[in-house]
Ligand binder design. Structure first.
Ligand SMILES: [Zn+2]
Ligand SMILES: [Zn+2]
Length: 162
């Protein structure tokens, strides 16, 4: 779920997960792709507090929770939210016109804002391999097969090998 904010509007947009429940992520530092599990992956994960920072499994650099969207996800979320934003703005313009009251002037609204069609849904292929770190084993990640070897724990950044 991503929140698209535009002025006072905040629109939740559903993003696709792969068949194992993982969401694609892009590191803001090294721009490499990996995946993390969307929501707690198991009962043990449910007991853990939600972290505010995640570490890139590939380069080990930390970033805030909201820094890992892929370019495709951001573009999709913006497109998906646009019709809702336009409809809300259209309703606002209607209200403004209703607020124009004068006995001598008659104001009528003729045009509507152009509301674009929602985008085609994006799909998430079930690629990459699942790995877990020895220190935070309840938080599985997926990395490209050719990138296994030296990795970093998503939660604490500790290096480990698979
Ligand atoms: Zn990285
Ligand atoms: Zn760890």
């Amino acid at each position: 779920m991503i929140e698209v904010s535009d002025m006072e509007f905040s629109i939740p947009v559903e993003l696709p997960l792969d068949a194992d429940g993982f969401i694609r992520r892009e590191c803001p530092h090294c721009e490499q792709k990996f995946k993390w599990h969307s929501g707690p992956a198991n009962a043990e994960a449910e007991q853990q507090p939600a972290p505010e920072t995640y570490y890139c499994p590939l380069c080990g650099q930390p970033a805030g929770l909201d820094s890992w969207w892929t370019r495709e996800q951001l573009e999709y979320a913006e497109e998906a939210a646009t019709p809702t934003i336009m409809e809300a703005m259209d309703a606002e313009v209607d209200k403004m016109f209703k607020g124009v009251k004068s006995t001598n002037i008659k104001v009528t609204r003729t045009g509507r804002l152009h509301t674009p069609e929602p985008p085609m849904p994006i799909t998430e292929p079930n690629d990459m391999v699942i790995v877990t770190s020895p220190c935070h084993a309840w938080e599985p990640i997926k990395v490209p097969e050719e990138r296994t070897g030296r990795l970093h724990c998503l939660l604490c950044g500790a290096a480990f090998a698979v």
